[in-house]
Design a protein around this ligand. Structure first.
Ligand SMILES: [Mn+2]
Length: 331
């Protein structure tokens, strides 16, 4: 539990700060939002002025339910508003970056410039890459299921009394990122879920937050119409050449394909823009999908990875993927 090991440095920075801003990745999901709110409630108990920075224009279903329910309970700012209300770069401002460590993925890139390296903290469970945000303190634990699990460990360590509703939100991030405790789930993950349930988290409410839009679901399942199996264990699925999918749809189908017998690695290829192809990959181990997709300029780790390829086609990307897989096999 890296977050508990590094809690002293973290605590020191938090104690010195007066205004603390929490910013997660674009296209907030339940892990990004749940961990932000979990952290927010720790900071509130420490009597800090805290703010959530949200610039997303559209929210997924679960996130918009939460934001509606929380209306008026938490302080939310747009990135540009920081400048209006606070002196940027003031030494008592602190930025917490959650559930991502990459510059291009945060809610608002400009916000990074308002804080120098000593006043930025990254807390994340994704691998680092070329575009990782420089900061004095980073707590990155790729062994852990989710950022929510990290924040829950901190809540437990500090024995912060958190509202059952907030515990529910933190649990929802764990359920999302582990795909219902099927991926990256360790005994610690189950323990954390137990801890949160003990704090009043409601599994029923988590299921409500995870409910999906049926039309989007049906659209997304079409990504499974064209699946081929290579080397008995690798499933490669392709989207229609006429449909543009959301990145998270590719990821969700990559998760789903892992549910099938013998399948250990999955790749989902689909259009994510007019001429942009996305690939999302998952693996239960054996084949390092982060390594595979790095040949496409993507990033990730052995369990999950993604890449975007500009000016390409599904067919070209599939051909290259098959070649990369063949080369790896020969090694
Ligand atoms: Mn996450």
């Amino acid at each position: 539990m890296k977050i508990v090991e590094q809690r002293k440095q973290l605590g020191r920075k938090i104690r010195k700060a007066k205004n603390i801003f929490i910013m997660a990745h674009q296209d907030l999901d339940l892990d990004a939002l749940g961990s932000s709110i979990g952290f927010y409630s720790i900071l509130e108990k420490m009597k800090k002025n805290c703010y959530l920075i949200i610039d997303d224009k559209k929210h997924e279903l679960g996130v918009s339910k939460i934001l509606q329910e929380l209306e008026g309970c938490i302080a939310i700012l747009k990135g540009e508003e920081i400048q209006e209300h606070f002196y940027p770069r003031m030494s008592r401002n602190l930025l917490l970056i959650l559930d991502t460590n990459k510059k291009e993925l945060v809610q608002n890139k400009d916000v990074l410039d308002y804080f120098d390296e000593a006043h930025r903290i990254v807390i994340d469970h994704h691998d680092k890459g070329k575009t990782s945000i420089p900061c004095e303190l980073e707590i990155i634990d790729t062994e852990v299921s989710s950022t929510c699990e990290m924040v829950a460990n901190l809540i437990e360590f500090y024995q912060t009394k958190i509202d059952p509703y907030y515990s529910t939100l933190v649990l929802s991030g764990i359920v999302l990122d582990t795909n219902n405790f099927t991926l990256k789930t360790t005994e610690d993950t189950y323990y954390t879920a137990y801890f949160l349930a003990n704090q009043g988290a409601s599994p029923k409410k988590v299921q409500y937050l995870l409910k999906q839009d049926i039309k989007e679901y049906i659209e997304r399942q079409k990504l499974m119409n064209d699946v081929s199996i290579t080397n008995k264990t690798i499933a490669i699925s392709k989207g229609s050449a006429y449909t543009i999918y959301r990145r998270e749809d590719l990821a969700k189908i990559a998760d789903t394909l892992l549910f099938f017998n013998d399948i250990e690695t999955t790749f989902v290829i689909g259009k994510v823009g007019e001429k942009t192809i996305g690939i999302s990959a998952r693996s239960t181990g054996g084949l390092n999908v982060g390594e595979v997709l790095s040949t496409f300029g993507g990033g990730g780790d052995e369990h999950g990875a993604a890449a975007r390829i500009e000016e390409s086609s599904i067919r070209k990307v599939e051909e290259k993927l098959l070649k990369v897989l063949k080369d790896l096999e020969g090694e």
